[in-house]
Design a protein around this ligand. Structure first.
Ligand SMILES: C[S@@+](CC[C@H](N)C(=O)[O-])C[C@H]1O[C@@H](n2cnc3c(N)ncnc32)[C@H](O)[C@@H]1O
Length: 287
């Protein structure tokens, strides 16, 4: 692509200018849509820009994963439209959500489309962006803290770490309409790359089995984090080989994310299944 200089709206306004930078209706009376990351649950993990846009919106269209604490940041007079999805149960089909966003913006409203975590990571944010921009409606992404970052921060461990993890991959452990998982297992089975597995709770046994079959060490630490960054957060640390059985014995409430890799051994305060935990991991992790 030819070089092009772009001035970003967020860069334009410093914190002081932020309150003045209200999204404007254009001259045709068209509204706009912002695809806003709500983060994993803790409202303090919202960006300043997300918070400002929530406070300036006419209507908030929100997912099920957006926490009550984040929704409490939306002023009482702002209309709320829940379009929540749960695994295998989609009360509002994606096409209807796209159409709703277009319709609301066409009627002149400033729409905050609030999605759990980051809107560009496993949130179908790209489809909503396409639908809205193809309708000629202004639209921006507002990044959010993704669940893996929230989980790592609250358990106080790094996602990469010298000597333990030279990279990080975010993968889905679920396919649409429960189709078979067709991940590139050989490329995922790298013990030097931290693997953050989203939507993997129902398939964790298969995920662990395939990773081990493709060369991942069976005793690699695997951490399940439920409701990361909320007061209800729970963690379970096991080996890759044992994580599915440990979860079957002690199921965790959704949403659940898996962090697989050496860095997971550095997580704080895990509920450790005795037969899986190896204290030497912690020594390795901290050098
Ligand atoms: C449809 S994906 C959305 C991911 C989101 N866009 C993000 O960036 O975090 C939903 C999955 O994200 C993970 N997830 C989202 N919020 C979470 C949280 N607070 N704690 C643990 N996992 C979470 C779970 O794996 C859940 O099944």
């Amino acid at each position: 692509m030819a070089g092009k200089t772009v001035t970003n709206g967020a860069a334009r306004c410093g914190l002081n200018g932020a309150a003045l930078d209200r999204p404007q209706q254009d001259k045709t009376g068209m509204g706009r849509v912002d695809l806003i990351g709500a983060g994993p649950g803790d409202p303090e993990l919202l960006t300043l820009r997300a918070l400002r846009l929530l406070q300036q919106a006419d209507v908030v269209v929100h997912d099920r994963l957006v926490s009550a604490e984040v929704m409490a940041c939306v002023p009482a007079h702002v209309r709320r439209i829940p379009v929540g999805k749960a695994a295998g149960f989609h009360p509002v089909p994606q096409e209807q959500i796209n159409a709703l966003l277009v319709e609301l913006a066409r009627s002149g409203l400033t729409v905050a489309r609030l999605k759990g975590g980051d809107p560009t990571i496993f949130g179908r944010g790209g489809e909503e962006f396409e639908a809205v921009t193809h309708a000629g409606i202004p639209c921006d992404y507002i990044p959010g803290i993704t669940a893996a970052q929230g989980a790592a921060a609250s358990a106080r461990f790094p996602l990469t770490h010298r000597g333990l993890a030279t990279g990080l991959r975010h993968v889905t452990g679920h396919r649409a309409r429960d189709a078979a998982l067709d991940l590139d297992w050989a490329s995922l089975a790298d013990p030097q790359t931290t693997l953050a597995v989203y939507m993997g709770a129902a398939n964790v046994a298969e995920i662990a089995r395939e990773l081990i079959r493709h060369g991942m060490p069976s005793d690699l630490p695997a951490l399940a984090v439920s409701q990361a960054s909320t007061p209800q957060e729970k963690r379970l640390l096991a080996t890759l080989q044992d994580i599915a059985a440990a979860l079957a014995r002690k199921p965790l409430p959704t949403p659940v994310l898996f962090i697989i890799g050496h860095v997971a051994a550095m997580a704080d305060d895990c509920d450790l299944p005795h037969e899986s935990y190896r204290p030497e991991w912690r020594l390795v992790a901290h050098g």
